[in-house]
Design a protein around this ligand. Structure first.
Ligand code: G3P
Ligand code: CA
Length: 319
């Protein structure tokens, strides 16, 4: 059992439990979020997709065959289909084709069993949680741990869902408002890769928003609208000033801040953090985890060669 029994001390930076403690429990389960909070995370991070009946649930992708046991349910065999997801054909089962009641009959499983073999012992144990259940958990843990556990939801593929008549914004606003969390002082950030989604949310949400960016490519809403702007344009000084009109923070892929060379070594930091701060934006880079590719394959059984650094050295480099 690799479950850690210590809490990370971190007075001078913020930890977001990415998909929960996804190295220790199947991602986006209440067990994963709870462990993240107990390990010291300040926030838990549910990625949000929607069910057929418009309930937000925590999954990284709309396709649920990779993270649930839906393939073992003969009653859902005819739901398997192929859809275009942000321009890519994906075959499987999709959250938006299931009611919440149907989705609740499924059980979560580890998404990348080869890499996270330790998590597979939990396969079949946990449900797919709703956003409401994630909020309830954060409230309960805040009371128990005597420190506030925040939530950091991400709207996933908003254009894709909107095209199917299942926009993510209304249920998100309703759920946050119903829980007293639609206010600037709530310990909540809402994040998205899609710009138009955030601009829309700015009109109806009072919590801070975070613009996510990738090291390559473009937001899908721009692609769908024929807008030529890419993530590189968004992180330019002028682009960041535009982001600051609707968001309080930037969530860049970490290689946009300190690129690595082909061998995995940290190289010279870019000016992105300074540029973002100059535009008045906080910076919340993603994702820090020991299993990432820059670490040697035998990381778990060997001392980490000093030239690679370890996870904490990497975090330190970003501070
Ligand atoms: O919080 C940023 C990060 O969650 C974006 O990456 O793909 O894991 O949702 P992803
Ligand atoms: Ca996310």
């Amino acid at each position: 059992d690799r479950t850690p029994d210590t809490t990370t001390a971190h007075d001078d930076f913020t930890i977001v439990g990415h998909r929960g403690a996804s190295g220790y429990r199947p991602e986006h389960t209440l067990a994963s979020y709870e462990l993240a909070a107990r390990m010291g995370a300040d926030f838990i991070e549910p990625d949000l997709v929607t069910t057929k009946d418009g309930v937000l649930v925590a999954r990284h992708e709309p396709e649920i065959g990779g993270t649930t046991d839906v393939a073992d349910h003969p009653e859902f065999a005819d739901r398997k289909t192929t859809k275009s997801l942000d321009g890519v054909n994906v075959t499987g089962w999709f959250a938006e084709d299931f009611t919440l009641a149907e989705l609740k009959t499924l059980r979560a499983k580890e998404r990348i069993p080869d890499l996270r073999q330790q998590n597979t012992i939990y396969d079949g144990r946990y449900e797919v949680p709703t956003l409401q259940e994630v909020i309830d958990l954060a409230k309960r843990l805040s009371r128990e741990l005597r420190r506030e556990i925040g939530i950091y939801p991400e709207t996933k593929h908003p254009t894709y869902f909107e095209k199917q008549g299942l926009a993510l914004e209304p249920p998100l606003v309703r759920t946050l408002t119903r829980n007293g969390l639609n206010r600037p002082s709530a310990k909540v950030y809402v994040q998205s890769f899609e710009v138009t989604n955030l601009i829309e949310l700015r009109r109806v949400l009072r919590v801070p928003l975070v613009q996510l960016t990738s090291a390559s490519g473009a937001p899908f809403d721009f692609v769908a609208a024929g807008d030529p702007r890419t993530y590189a344009d968004i992180v330019s000084p002028a682009g960041l000033r535009d982001v600051a009109k609707y968001a309080k923070g930037l969530g860049p892929e970490k290689s946009q801040i300190i690129p690595r060379d082909a061998a995995g070594f940290l190289t010279t930091p870019t000016t992105l953090v300074t540029d973002a701060h100059r535009a008045g934006l906080k910076v919340h880079p993603y994702t820090f985890r020991a299993e990432n590719a820059f670490l040697p394959a035998d990381f778990r059984s060997s001392a980490v060669p000093s030239q690679y650094g370890d996870l904490f050295a990497e975090i330190a480099a970003f501070r």
